[in-house]
Ligand binder design. Structure first.
Ligand SMILES: [Cu+2]
Length: 621
């Protein structure tokens, strides 16, 4: 029997698989744990009160037997790391086995790194000047070797010690051969050259691993970094025509969640209910990590800052705000700037999403502190085994000195010295329904995540025409949010509507996994269209699709002429070379050269992407 996505929950099946039958059935009767009702939230709650009772409380937690947890760690004792920067038309990046201490009281634990340590470096690029990345995989055994699930996508024992890697520039308008296709993998001793044309507008992109079925482990281990693209408007220099803060007043903040062990190592596992080495479906962290440190603090001058937030977590969606409730401004998102700053007191970010913000710390008295907090609860299915909100990321402490003196700009686009205005959302020429589901089949535990009820290797893929504008109605038939990311393109959000998933599934039942299922949500909407939030009104490359809802986006698929490359060009695994640079193709993996084509779209919950919420797509002529 195949059930509709929302009819059951994945963890039930995971527990059954793990042999925890009683736990699985008792879980069905557990509503959300009430342990944390005492957590103080909102302005005025001190950090100690806020954090007491959850991740900072050490020792066994008999109330949450289904979760691992981090040891007790004091918040705000580490300085926020300032990320190193590199630039240039040719950049060498070696992926290596490294180590890093996530907290003052933790010894260094094993990581993977592009360079050294964790999360380095920030690559700065400029529009119109291509960047060539000479990538080499020089890693050793995987820090999460025992956690690799060799039942996924042909992974084997070899992958524990010879890590496959593929580098993707998230948000990059990149030729397909350089886009980090999940099956174009470099093993240790191999590498390839990635070419990024940088023909797009300024924005904060990021690069991270994208290798098939192991992305969640590689990124969590440390394979991620910021890619800062500048242009003639958003120069990143003092005196830029947009009047935006620059230099020390322009702070990239890479937000992550983790579980760490007292020996300093990271834990990718969140629940003992799933045996080690089996896909979990999503790991909720209990500590907030910013630029590689747990709950850091940073001193800020009293003035305007540009904070560029990236949700680089594997799993959680966060609703972020300041502990004093102060107003701030959204100036942009994944694909560039807004026409004008938008005032807000919160911004919600799912994995893969970025928010470009202005925050005025002149509002603080010298010595005063303010925390960046999260008020979003753990996703429903994780909450069912006791996962709770990770409440805070970092603390800012105002210094005595005055900082960036400029005001919040009145406009950012459409004027002199500014990029062209965004324009209205274009009218779609094609409407396409696509689906997100959890098509568990009692014959096939554990659960699996899916786009269109298909698996990654399906050839029943979307093939939008180049030069057309399409509306995608993304139907989320599950009980959890999923951030959907399309490679190559940016899009605009029309809005969201809750749907009656049960009624929809009764009318259009979900067939067995492997048969395309893209139900029409329109007869089942239960509310008017809700437009995008203020931080979603610009050009996006990732959108959070709420549970039991349809999320409507409008995408223009560019032509080869506009792109300066053929987005439908084929490419082969011959791109992978020995890293001595002699250009000899080495094919240890496959008996022959494989030909690949196109891009992918996927859920940016990395566990979901790995199994199997990712599909190929092509843009055709
Ligand atoms: Cu997902």
């Amino acid at each position: 029997m195949v059930l509709c996505g929302s009819d059951h929950d994945r963890l039930f099946f995971l527990l059954v698989r793990a042999g925890l039958i009683m736990e699985a059935f008792s879980m069905r009767n557990i509503s959300r744990r009430t342990l944390l009702t005492g957590i103080a939230v909102g302005a005025g709650a001190g950090a100690t009160g806020l954090l007491a009772g959850r991740a900072l409380a050490d020792g066994p937690d008999i109330g949450r037997p289904l979760l691992f947890r981090s040891p007790t760690l004091a918040p705000f004792v580490d300085e926020l790391p300032m990320l190193d920067r590199v630039s240039g038309s040719r950049i060498a990046i070696d992926a290596v086995s490294s180590s890093h201490s996530f907290h003052r009281d933790l010894p260094p634990g094993a990581t993977l790194a592009y360079g050294d340590g964790y999360l380095d470096p920030v690559i700065t690029a400029h529009r119109g000047q291509p960047t060539e990345i000479r990538f080499r995989n020089r890693s050793g055994a995987h820090p999460f070797a025992p956690d690799i699930d060799t039942s996924l996508h042909g992974l084997s024992e070899r992958d524990r010690v010879e890590i496959p890697m593929s580098l993707h520039l998230h948000g990059g308008v990149t030729p397909p051969a350089s886009d980090g296709h999940p099956e174009l993998i470099s093993r240790p001793g191999q590498g390839m050259t990635y070419r990024f044309p940088n023909r797009q507008e300024a924005g904060m992109l990021w690069y991270h691993d994208h290798a098939m079925a192991i992305t969640r482990l590689n990124v969590y281990a440390g394979l991620a970094g910021i890619y800062e693209l500048r242009d003639e408007f958003d120069t990143g220099e003092a005196g830029n025509p947009l009047g935006l803060p620059s230099g020390e007043f322009d702070l990239p903040l890479v937000l992550q969640e983790k579980i760490v062990n007292s020996d300093g190592s990271q834990s990718i596992r969140s629940t003992p209910a799933v045996p080690q080495g089996r896909w979990e479906g999503g790991a909720v962290g209990d500590v907030g990590v910013v630029n590689g440190k747990i709950w850091p603090e940073t001193r800020v001058a009293r003035g305007l800052y540009r904070l560029r937030l990236l949700n680089a977590a594997s799993f959680s969606v966060w609703d972020l705000s300041f502990s004093n409730g102060m107003v701030f401004w959204v100036v942009g998102m994944e694909g560039g700037l807004l026409d004008a700053p938008a005032t807000t007191t919160r911004v919600r970010l799912a994995p893969g999403e970025r928010a470009d913000l202005l925050v005025d710390f002149a509002l603080l008295d010298p010595g005063a502190t303010v925390e960046l907090r999260n008020t979003e609860d753990a996703a429903p299915q994780a909450a069912q085994i006791g996962a709770v909100r990770m409440p805070v990321f970092l603390r800012f402490r105002a210094g005595a000195v005055r900082g960036f003196p400029g005001p919040v700009p009145a406009t950012l686009r459409g004027g002199t010295g500014q990029p062209h205005a965004m324009g209205p959302v274009p009218a779609p020429q094609v409407v396409r329904n696509v689906s997100l589901s959890q098509p568990s089949d009692l014959r096939l535990p554990p659960s699996i995540m899916s786009l269109n009820n298909l698996r990654f290797h399906s050839d029943d893929i979307e093939m939008p025409r180049q030069g057309t504008v399409e509306q995608w109605n993304i139907v989320n038939a599950t009980a959890d949010p999923h951030p959907v990311h399309l490679h190559l393109v940016t899009f605009r959000i029309l809005g969201r509507q809750a749907i009656n998933t049960l009624a929809m599934c009764a009318r259009e039942p979900q067939p067995p996994l492997g048969i395309k299922w893209t139900p029409d949500p329109d007869p089942f909407v239960v509310e008017p269209l809700r437009g995008p939030e203020p931080w979603e009104t610009g050009f996006k490359d990732t959108v959070v699709c709420d549970p039991n809802s349809v999320t409507r986006i409008v995408i223009r698929f560019p032509t080869a002429e506009e792109l300066g490359f053929d987005p439908d060009a084929t490419f082969t695994t011959d791109l992978i070379q020995g890293i001595d640079g002699h250009g000899t193709a080495t094919h240890h993996d496959h008996p022959g050269t494989r030909t690949l084509q196109g891009y992918v779209w996927h859920c940016h919950i990395l566990d979901h992407e790995d199994h199997d919420m990712m599909l190929k797509y092509r843009t055709v002529t």
